[in-house]
Ligand binder design. Structure first.
Ligand code: UD1
Length: 363
């Protein structure tokens, strides 16, 4: 692993690194100001990495990065640029002396992707292509890619293992699948590449400082941010999309995972890539292996916030599936990683963030 002579004394103080080799190693994080990106940047700083965020702030707030620096007591490098800008990528890779990239930058709203598919292909697929080309130009070989359980489509069996057949049911999911295929093809053509594809289940919660968390623009599509906004009084009630699924209480079942557990999974993936003796292209689930229903989530959130969360049962949401949860065994054996935070902690942390930042970073 390449180490850099550059760096400040503060990077060596207060070190809580579990990965000794992270000392002063430089990582480029695209989309580092977003929800999962900001939590991952924080864990990287705490572990002793030098971190450069590459973000166009189209769906994120630079305040998140100031708060990450505040919690870590360390500085981030920040490049305000679009991931489709090859020249800016090459410059950022060279200037930061990055030895690996974590790629979060992308659009992620399923409904929006149905109405604006070309925008999704451009941002997500073209963005990933520009990144891979720029990495090749700069000789940076290691990449952790932010994928999603959405690539499993409608589950044929549960829990979902990494070798479950892949398919997509909407343009957003298709962009993730195309990028995964692009990585597999690139690796097949050159076995020097080191790729780890992380397939996230449903990330929720926030850092326990309450300083960073999920800050969706407009009406939240996802369950937990919506529930949190009901609890804080921004919305009147939750719409529960269907209670006639083949699940224990009829509502949809998902594998919710604490965002800090998820963020730490990225450090384990980096570690695996950089310690490995050869190239690879490996896909790994990041989930807890447990499913909870919409009503389980509402009840857990009510306990966390100490008040009722009113809801109404509505018809099913188009494109939703009954149940989806991971088999997390590969992450355990390959990355030595497993999720440790409980459903109650997920809800308590999400609530702490929401009540101290009722309007997100805008407050
Ligand atoms: C959704 C996306 C998925 C994406 C993921 C990102 C769809 C179909 N899938 O997953 O591709 O990777 O977000 O986190 O959009 N629910 C309600 N009321 C709400 C919101 C959600 O009842 O207001 C229910 C849903 O029906 C579902 C569960 O809560 O059963 C979770 O929904 P959500 O948070 O949107 O995640 P997914 O649909 O699993």
């Amino acid at each position: 692993m390449v180490k850099h002579a550059r760096g400040t004394g503060t990077q060596f103080s207060n070190l809580k690194a579990s990965i000794v080799d992270s000392l002063n190693t430089s990582i480029l994080v695209t989309g580092g100001a977003g929800y999962i990106g900001s939590h991952t940047c924080l864990e990287l700083l705490r572990a002793g990495f030098r971190v450069t965020v590459f973000d166009n702030f189209s769906n994120s707030d630079s305040e998140a990065l100031r708060r990450v620096e505040r919690i870590a007591g360390k500085k981030l490098g920040v490049v305000n640029a679009d991931v489709r800008d090859r020249a800016a990528l090459v410059e950022a890779l060279r200037a930061s002396e990055a030895t690996a990239v974590i790629h979060f930058a992308g659009l992620k709203a399923v409904g929006e992707s149905v109405h604006q598919p070309l925008r999704y292909y451009d941002n997500n697929v073209v963005g990933a292509l520009c990144l891979l080309e720029s990495m090749e130009v700069c000789g940076v070989r290691s990449l952790v890619f932010s994928s999603s359980a959405t690539v499993y489509g409608d589950p044929q069996f549960l829990p979902l293992t990494e070798n479950h057949p892949l398919s997509a049911t909407n343009p957003y999911g298709r962009t993730k699948l195309v990028i995964e295929d692009m990585l597999r093809d690139a690796y097949a053509s050159n076995a020097d590449w080191r790729y780890c594809i992380l397939r996230y289940f449903n990330p929720v919660g926030a850092h326990d400082s309450g300083l960073i968390g999920e800050d969706p623009q407009g009406i939240p599509n996802n369950l937990l941010p919506f529930v949190a906004q009901v609890a804080v009084g921004r919305r009147e009630f939750l719409n529960v999309w269907g209670n006639d699924y083949e699940t224990p209480d009829g509502t949809g079942v998902r594998d919710y995972i604490h965002v800090v557990d998820l963020a730490r999974g990225h450090l384990r993936a980096l570690d695996m890539l950089q310690q490995g003796t050869s190239g690879q292209c490996t896909a790994v689930n990041l989930g807890t292996g447990r499913g909870y229903s919409v009503l389980d989530m509402v009840r857990a959130f009510e306990v966390a916030c100490g008040q009722r969360v009113p809801y109404r049962i509505e018809p099913r949401r188009a494109g939703d599936i009954a149940a989806c949860y991971s088999d997390p065994a590969l992450a355990r054996s390959l990355l030595n990683w497993s999720a440790t935070r409980t459903l109650q902690t997920m809800c308590e942390d999400a609530w702490r963030w929401q009540k101290s930042n009722p309007a997100g970073y805008a407050t």
